[in-house]
Design a protein. Structure first.
Ligand code: ARG
Length: 588
């Protein structure tokens, strides 16, 4: 359904045109002086120059045309030439009632027939998930859900780091610990055991041990590099170990992501890109796009207008080893073949900025991706501790994701138990739901590219711009609705009625922006816009609630109208938090 701003602009445009001016001047925005009006049009100011008239005269003419229009309760021309607008309560109520009757709260299928690959998560196999992977998982999940809601065919791919040096490190560490394993017997001809020679617990210990060792022990590091190289060239016994690592690690990763409410359609990784790489390199060479430079194979990516000099993209190192960029290009070739996406969205730490500029430019330059296909890199800022440095454990190590989640759940649990209205068991379940909201909202409410401070105290607070505050609003509405029903209320009117107070109107105006907010949050890949919207909506609900006796209202029709209104608030909030990737508990 049409956005409310567009509906209003249509009226204004028609009025400008009738008065003999270009309709384009009828643009409308939300008012930046809510004390004076709800919406405003500044078109008369621009028209004044073109038509050599006083802005206030033009505004006055347009306003005269609009007086009496059903849409407005107030239309004023004010100096030097603003047009101030207030919507009529009837119009606003009708708009919301239409919104309720529509599927998806009046949000249109803007994405129909369009396929979007969202590449997020990016966990590295056999390495523990740590907070650095948190943002990309949370933001990606939200973008995927939001796009899907708008009708896009969203394909979420975790793009695992499953082809790097960590594999060689594990193989060599394993050789030293268990030399008797058949993988290390050159004469063994297979088949290799089905069972992995380690559990996830052991694997979690093996990798950091091997990684630490490689930093002190050059010979060990060289062995690990050699093993990685052999694995990448298809050496059977190492492929067998690699499969074990993948199976054991993937099961654990899936569990971890699931606990964050994060899922993927594809569990592909860098290894899946490898079959495409020889053809890719050959193609780039044959077409003269790639050339040798100091033993490496590179593609120039600098373009006219670049503000700084961008180094060429290295496709193959002098030692022949596979590279991160090459894997990403191979993956693009595979994605084009399998899905023909209309858009790509990658979500990673902002330190990968140059990498993605290089990959995108090579992909376009070589024509692997159509020139008009948007390739977006959402660059995440860092999650910092209170000291302003990347978040660490108390001991100064890298914080594991599981541990972080436990800490936040614990903090919420303590808060709930302060009031002691729940059994410890219910409190624990509720804390998990609220904890996830606190964590995700704490992240998503910031602009993606900005760093933010992870502040458990603030994130878990039930007041202010936090996840728990939004949940609290939903729970409060649920309880009003339940009491209404318990008292035999059967909403006699099914419609939202025109507002009878400033608070009701403000709440209704906020609601009417829902479709616009969701569409622009996706178009601008800006989840924080959804957070800002539901925060303001929750506040507007709070003021309405404080000023209105909803259940004590004696006029049953009016009461039923309120019930319809807050039901819509609940639906909008629930839809939005689902898009953000969390849910509300029954009580809190
Ligand atoms: N595994 C990478 C890392 O941990 C992130 C992968 C992001 N996706 C991509 N297509 N490169 O940094």
């Amino acid at each position: 359904m049409k956005k409310i701003l567009d509906c209003i602009a249509e009226e204004l445009k028609a009025a400008f045109a009738v008065c003999g001016y270009d309709a384009g001047y009828g643009k409308v925005t939300l008012s930046n002086r809510p004390d004076l009006c709800e919406y405003q049009c500044n078109g008369a100011m621009a028209a004044a120059k073109a038509y050599r008239k006083k802005p206030i005269d033009i505004a006055g003419e347009v306003v005269a045309r609009l007086k009496g229009a059903d849409m407005f309760s107030e239309v004023n021309a004010v100096m030097p030439g603003f047009i101030n607008l207030r919507l009529s309560g009837e119009y606003l109520a009708a708009y919301l009632n239409r919104m309720r009757a529509e599927d998806k709260l009046g949000v249109e299928d803007t994405g129909r027939d369009r396929t979007v690959i969202v590449d997020y998560g990016g966990a590295n196999v056999a390495k523990p998930l740590h907070v650095g992977h948190l943002r990309t998982a949370i933001i990606g999940e939200c973008i995927k859900r939001l796009g899907r809601f708008l009708g896009y065919h969203m394909i979420g791919d975790v793009h695992l780091g499953d082809w790097g040096l960590q594999m060689g490190l594990i193989i060599e560490e394993l050789r030293d610990r268990q030399p008797e394993l058949p993988y290390f017997d050159e004469n063994y001809k297979g088949p290799y055991p089905e069972e992995a020679p380690f559990t996830i617990g052991e694997l979690e210990e093996i990798y950091p041990a091997a990684s630490a060792r490689s930093k002190a022990d050059e010979a060990f590091k060289a062995r690990a590099q050699e093993a990685t190289f052999r694995l990448q060239n298809g050496y059977g016994p190492y492929r067998a170990i690699w499969k074990h690592i993948m199976n054991v690690s993937l099961a654990d990763l899936k569990k971890n992501y699931a606990s964050l409410g994060v899922t993927f359609d594809l569990w592909k990784g860098e290894s899946d890109a490898q079959p495409y790489i020889p053809g890719l390199i050959q193609d780039l060479q044959e077409r003269g796009l790639a050339y040798e430079s100091e033993g490496a194979l590179v593609v120039d990516i600098a373009q006219e207008g670049d503000s700084k000099e961008l180094p060429p993209c290295i496709i193959r190192k002098s030692d022949g080893a596979a590279l991160y960029a090459t894997s990403d290009l191979g993956t693009i070739i595979e994605r084009e073949k399998d899905y023909r996406p209309d858009q790509y969205i990658y979500i990673t730490d902002k330190r990968q900025e140059l990498h993605f500029i290089q990959v995108f430019r090579v992909a376009k330059k070589a024509g692997y991706v159509k020139p008009e296909t948007p390739m977006i890199h959402m660059m995440c800022g860092t999650m910092n501790g209170k000291d302003g440095k990347p978040f660490k454990t108390r001991e100064g190590g890298v914080m594991r994701l599981e541990k972080l989640v436990k800490e936040i759940d614990g903090a919420v649990y303590d808060r709930i138990m302060e009031n002691r209205t729940m059994t410890p068991e219910e409190a624990e379940n509720t804390a998990r739901i609220i904890g996830l909201a606190a964590l995700k909202y704490g992240d998503l409410s910031n602009q993606v590219s900005k760093d933010y401070v992870f502040d458990i105290e603030r994130f878990t607070s039930f007041e202010g711009n936090t996840g728990p505050y939004i949940l609290y609003t939903i729970v409060r509405i649920k309880s009003i609705l339940a009491r209404y029903e318990e008292n035999g209320g059967r909403a006699e009117v099914v419609d939202i009625l025109p507002p009878d107070s400033e608070e009701a109107k403000n709440l209704m105006l906020k609601l009417s922006a829902c479709n616009e907010v969701l569409e622009s949050a996706f178009a601008e890949t800006a989840p924080h816009k959804i957070c800002q919207f539901i925060y303001e909506l929750s506040d507007a609900f709070g003021s309405f609630y404080n000023s209105t006796m909803i259940l004590k209202e004696e006029d049953e029709t009016k009461k039923a109208g309120y019930i319809q209104l807050i039901t819509l608030v609940k639906e909008v909030l629930e839809t939005c938090i689902d898009l953000l990737g969390f849910e509300a508990p029954e009580r809190m």
